[in-house]
Design a protein around this ligand. Structure first.
Ligand code: NAP
Length: 281
């Protein structure tokens, strides 16, 4: 079985992006800029944002974090986004989720200029992705897609089963695999027989949030299995896939941690660079 090393793949991607930033700097005499807005003091969000900033600096991007306290008014955040939309040194804007309850997430997402929406959450980018046009693609599914392509370049006609239909993961994952000519089944909490669906799959992407939901006997021999889940349990962090059991049948499998996670941030940097390049045309 191939253990899909997300840490290594992310390091390779960052190296490639670093080289690209050097070339862009030589060509345009400026570098792509990423601005992250962090509201409140949730520990996981602080850690994510610190890692994003560190990685952005590593590849040579201009990076900035704007912090607000939990009780910041929605209007203040929206005005800041409008200001960043107009700032030519800012190629990408990301507002770290989740947001405090008094701030309307959708309003925040829709205020970010689609051309600077590095998370790919703006309805314009969602629509462009589903229509097959150029768009920012949400970072986690983009990372999953790149990992799958590392294992198997030609996905023509493969049967893919996506477990979970979130806007963040399952739905954009479906679009990416459709574009690769996979036959995609998207499953969710009301799916009648999830095991039977999974047993049909050449590729399974699990993004559910239930520890070890996907069992060994749900996976036929030779399947590529991507585990997006991050679940805190008594035995530590585990994914949505029963790693030990599934590894007996899978052709390739991502570990948790060290699989999809590291690719997410690398893809954010990739999206920032793509936004910069599109803005120079
Ligand atoms: P989410 O928004 O909570 O969506 C979960 C999806 O799973 C929903 O569509 C839900 O169906 C479906 N589901 C729930 N129970 C199910 C069941 N028994 N059988 C089949 N489907 C079921 O979750 P998310 O934001 O996509 O996150 C999923 C997991 O990925 C979480 O563990 C999260 O921590 C992790 N994650 C990891 C990364 C990373 O970088 N590695 C990034 C983001 C998220 P319904 O729509 O019917 O409710």
């Amino acid at each position: 079985m191939i253990l899909i090393d997300g840490k290594k793949a992310a390091a390779e991607l960052r190296e490639k992006l670093k080289h690209e930033v050097t070339q862009l700097k030589a060509k345009y005499n400026k570098v792509p800029g990423l601005t992250v807005i962090l509201i409140g003091d949730l520990t996981p969000s602080q850690i994510y944002v610190r890692n994003k900033e560190k990685s952005a600096n590593e590849v040579g991007l201009k990076s900035e974090v704007i912090k607000y306290p939990d009780e910041v008014e929605e209007k203040t955040v929206l005005e800041k986004i409008e200001e960043l939309n107009k700032d030519e040194t800012v190629s990408g804007i990301l507002v770290q989720l989740p947001l405090p309850k008094h701030i309307d997430k959708q309003k925040v997402i829709e205020t970010i200029l689609p051309s600077k929406d590095v998370d790919g959450f703006h309805p314009m980018n969602v629509g462009n992705l589903s229509s097959g046009y150029e768009s920012s693609v949400p970072c986690t599914p983009l990372g999953c897609y790149l990992l799958i392509k590392k294992v198997e370049h030609n996905l023509n006609g493969k049967k893919a089963v996506i477990v979970g239909r979130s806007n963040l993961n399952g739905k954009p994952m479906t679009q990416l695999l459709l574009k690769e000519n996979c036959t995609v089944t998207i499953t969710h909490s009301k799916t009648k027989d999830l095991k039977a669906e999974c047993l049909e799959a050449d590729i399974i992407v699990a993004a559910v949030g239930i520890p070890e939901l996907v069992k060994g006997d749900w996976v036929k021999k030779g399947t590529i299995v991507i585990d997006v889940g991050i679940n805190k349990t008594d035995k530590g962090i585990v994914g949505d896939v029963d790693f030990n059991e599934v590894s007996k049948n899978a052709k390739a499998l991502t570990p948790v941690p060290g699989g999809v996670g590291p690719m997410t941030i690398a893809c954010l940097l990739k999206n920032t660079i793509e936004c910069f390049k599109r803005s120079q045309i």
